[in-house]
Design a protein around this ligand. Sequence first.
Ligand SMILES: Nc1nc2c(ncn2[C@@H]2O[C@H](COP(=O)(O)OP(=O)(O)OP(=O)(O)O)[C@@H](O)[C@H]2O)c(=O)[nH]1
Ligand SMILES: [Mg+2]
Length: 218
Amino acid sequence: MEIEIGRDLFAHEAELAAANRRLFKEKGITALNLLAAPGAGKTSLIRKTVPLLKYSVAVIEGDPASSVDTDLLNSLGITAFQINTEGGCHLEASMVAKALESFQPKPGTLLIIENVGNLICTAAFPLGESIRMVMVGASEGDDKPFKYPDIFQGADAVILNKIDLKPYVDFDSERFRRGIRALGDQVPIFEVSCKTGEGLAELAEWLEQRVDQLWKEG
Ligand SMILES: Nc1nc2c(ncn2[C@@H]2O[C@H](COP(=O)(O)OP(=O)(O)OP(=O)(O)O)[C@@H](O)[C@H]2O)c(=O)[nH]1
Ligand SMILES: [Mg+2]
């Protein structure tokens, strides 16, 4: 019986995600779901990468509480809207749809959705995004792909952040890459540092090409 309930829940979430996909299309928005553990550097990535992009960007920030990240981004001139999950460990498609009733990015916008910091629950709740990026901070350890495989499934890009810390935290990039490759696909892996800026230009270039391709595909 419990399995049935779980199935119904995930089928329902998949329907809501599909409805969001239609909504994004109607509004002319490309949505990107940014997934990572707390403190991996999601907001840092947004603030450092957005100025490198040719697209108009808007951000939805998902956090259990506070508007810290949204306030920071808005203060930097990056349009951001806060969703508080009131303690919830992930964003849901319905929360994003509701946010878009009051937050109206203009057509042609790349909408970056910073999900709640979490490597487990966020994997199970699609938001209707067409780009899914998963980020790990080097200080979290090179074993994350082995321990949290679900979050990496279906990712369009994997980002290893905080590479400036690699020597101090004994992070083995080869082991990390083996873990990703063991999941069976050839997803691009970008090594970056939001502190030094290393690798961000390559990531921004890849993202622009991906968005261009999605626009062409309609
Ligand atoms: N050394 C180093 N520190 C970084 C890097 N990127 C981010 N940080 C620091 O890591 C901390 C967390 O960064 P955030 O960007 O707030 O991380 P987040 O994933 O948005 O965190 P939550 O929204 O709380 O889940 C901050 O103190 C950043 O300055 C990096 O590349 N290198
Ligand atoms: Mg953040």
